[in-house]
Ligand binder design. Structure first.
Ligand code: 6PG
Length: 260
């Protein structure tokens, strides 16, 4: 049901990554079979790296027509193009460089040595413009409706680069610059809450014991200003895809599905 998150627990981070990769292939094939070009939003961080690697190594990856997939990033670290910290670079190395993508459908945020130099506000505005240009009349807004949007979860409950108690949590623009991020690097570009809410399927991904408390907070009624992961909801489905450690603090009576 829309708005009610579904929790799915995998035994280990590795099984989680493989199951997310499989779920993504299925989702993309479904959307393409319906004649649509799927819009996918990638995340950064360690779980993203695991998912990207699992996808690259999965035989099913070739079931997707990668030339007909639009790729976006929910947030980006504002560093130079070749900096290994860059989410785009991590995704390219782990997965994208090996896929037959249409370069015109891959939408990275500008780097700090890119078209807008070190002007992070200009980079954020340009990303907002690129999203707006991709929005169709049926999207009724300034961003396309995403088919899948993935979000890692920080130990403090942040998602994308939306950090607890940070002014960006109140933003109504679709994409904004972030300064003084508590997670390095300090300067970032992020989609805001309204944009994260424009996904048909929103998948939170979390593995490891450090995520048990933010997962509990987000699913247990914390406010989004304290635990940003409590904020966004998918338009059709919200999934919490966890490993056993990240799910460890959830109450026993919370419905969940699991792999053995
Ligand atoms: C980033 C991210 C960030 C990340 C979480 C979880 O650029 O840092 O997009 O939101 O997804 O911090 O990261 P881990 O999986 O590494 O804990």
């Amino acid at each position: 049901m829309t708005g009610t998150p579904t929790v799915v627990v995998a035994g280990t981070a590795e099984v989680l990554a493989e199951s997310v990769a499989a779920r993504l292939v299925t989702r993309l094939v479904d959307v393409q079979s319906a004649g649509q070009v799927p819009h996918v939003v990638l995340t950064g961080g360690s779980i993203a790296r695991r998912v990207h690697t699992a996808l690259r190594e999965s035989a099913a990856v070739s079931a997707v027509d990668w030339r007909r997939v639009e790729l976006w990033w929910g947030d980006e670290r504002f560093v130079p193009t070749t900096d290994p910290e860059r989410n785009e670079r991590q995704a390219r190395k782990a997965l994208l460089d090996g896929l037959p993508l249409d370069p015109a459908r891959v939408h990275p945020v500008a780097a700090s040595d890119g078209a807008y130099g070190d002007d992070v506000d200009a980079a954020a505005d340009a990303y907002a413009d690129e999203l707006a240009a991709a929005a169709r009349p049926e999207d009724h807004g300034d961003v396309p409706t995403f088919d899948v949007l993935m979000l890692g979860v920080g130990p403090d409950g942040h998602v994308a680069s939306l950090f607890p108690e940070h002014p960006t949590l109140h933003e109504t623009r679709s994409v904004v610059a972030v300064r003084h991020s508590p997670k390095p690097p300090p300067t970032r570009v992020t989609m805001t809450f309204p944009t994260l809410g424009r996904a048909r399927e929103l998948w939170f991904l979390a593995a490891g014991a450090a995520k048990a408390q933010p997962v509990l907070g987000a699913l247990g009624g914390a406010g989004p200003l304290q635990v940003p992961a409590a904020g966004p909801r998918g338009l059709e489905r919200t999934l919490w895809l966890l490993d056993r450690e990240a799910a460890a603090a959830l109450p026993d009576d919370l419905p969940r599905r699991g792999s053995p």
